[in-house]
Design a protein around this ligand. Sequence first.
Ligand SMILES: Nc1ncnc2c1ncn2[C@@H]1O[C@H](COP(=O)(O)OP(=O)(O)O)[C@@H](O)[C@H]1O
Ligand SMILES: [Mg+2]
Length: 278
Amino acid sequence: MNFKGGSGKTTTTAHLAQHLALHGYRTLAIDLDPQASLSALHGYQPEFDVGENQTLYGAIRYDDQKRPISEIIQQTYFPNLDLIPGNIELMEYEHDTPKALADNPGQGLFFTRLDSALSEVQDRYDVIVVDCPPQLGFLTMTAMCAATAVLVTVHPQMLDVMSMCQFLIMTSELLEVVANAGGNTGYDWMRYLVTRYEPGDGPQNQMVSFMRSMFEEHVLNYPMLKSTAISDAGLTKQTLYEVGRENFSRSTYDRAMEALNNVNGEIESLIKQAWGRA
Ligand SMILES: Nc1ncnc2c1ncn2[C@@H]1O[C@H](COP(=O)(O)OP(=O)(O)O)[C@@H](O)[C@H]1O
Ligand SMILES: [Mg+2]
């Protein structure tokens, strides 16, 4: 999550979910962004392939059209990886929630909705990865309340880091309200991932040093490097795991893959630590 668009949320989610699936974890990826880039990366065109009540909205809506999450989950062409696609329908939840809160104060609280939907299928998965929309609305808050860990993607530039700080302040204020109402706001871990990093760029290095001194061990050791292999793969709605090495100069592909494996390996070990399996 992060409310800055272009901070690498979707790219990170897609590559993490696919990494976990390729390593044998039964993985569910949830697209919570109405723009649905994560769905597009997995072959679901949000306008054409995703119909009414076929996004997560169907499982967390407040009216009697709500249906079991198991009916919404789709398979992907990756073994071990399932997907709940998104599209513009998810926006309904942002509009419905204030109304539901006003109509039933105390009842059907928004922050338990994803949690209880997921409890129906939690035996089927080892890890569930959620790609959040670029704003701090009810969808993001709902995801934060269901989450056991949080990853904030940050592109190390002055304006991005400033906007992230604003995001953190707003998030902590909102989470306090949720915690006071009895919602879950405890996490096994919370980390910042530096994205689209260019090691040769002086100002970026200054921002990374600044973040490390501010957030210390909460910044992942490995950054995700900026690479044309990642952005070119994205143009054809693919991840680095899907494109062939022959499409790039070897060093370009290998450097991107090494950075990706380091980042995903570090996240995987945080997950294992939380399970007591480190
Ligand atoms: N490591 C990277 N190297 C090069 N381009 C990247 C990298 N990560 C993301 N991008 C590109 O940056 C753009 C924004 O990334 P995206 O993951 O969609 O961000 P968000 O989901 O936060 O809006 C996309 O075009 C994506 O291909
Ligand atoms: Mg995105």
